[in-house]
Design a protein around this ligand. Structure first.
Ligand code: CA
Length: 129
């Protein structure tokens, strides 16, 4: 578990059940989890927070959707190299393509297996320069 020690993950997710599940799993593996529950909270976090080690980004969100947020995130000073892993519904391939174009690094489709999410997070964290 040492590879995840003190790694900070920003989770942008409005669905409480999913947010609870992800937080539970990540904290159990030693990650620190910051949660933004809608688009406004995410923008506040971008503006005020230190860049996290990785961002989990839901697409369908109140106020500002995940696509807009990815674009805004990439424009923040110091955030250009933060890995972004999208959480998306299976049917929304248009969103996946657009998000990758805007600077997302990878995606997981809902409903996801916790082990798959964890594996993709670890792969992105290993790839950081
Ligand atoms: Ca959502």
């Amino acid at each position: 578990m040492s590879e995840s020690a003190s790694k900070r993950i920003l989770m942008v997710e409005d669905e409480e059940d999913i947010a609870f599940l992800i937080r539970y799993m990540l904290e159990r593996h030693g990650f620190v989890v910051d949660h933004a529950a809608d688009g406004r909270q995410a923008l506040e976090y971008f503006a005020q927070g230190e860049p996290p080690d990785l961002t989990l980004m839901d697409i369908m969100l109140p106020y500002h959707d995940g696509l807009e947020l990815i674009e805004r995130l990439r424009a923040q000073p110091g955030w250009d190299s933060v890995p972004v892993l999208m959480l998306t519904a299976k049917a929304r391939e248009v969103d996946i393509v657009r998000a990758l174009e805007l600077g997302a690094d990878d995606y997981v489709t809902k409903p996801f297996q916790p082990e798959e999410l964890l594996a993709r997070i670890r792969r992105l964290l290993r790839g950081r320069r």
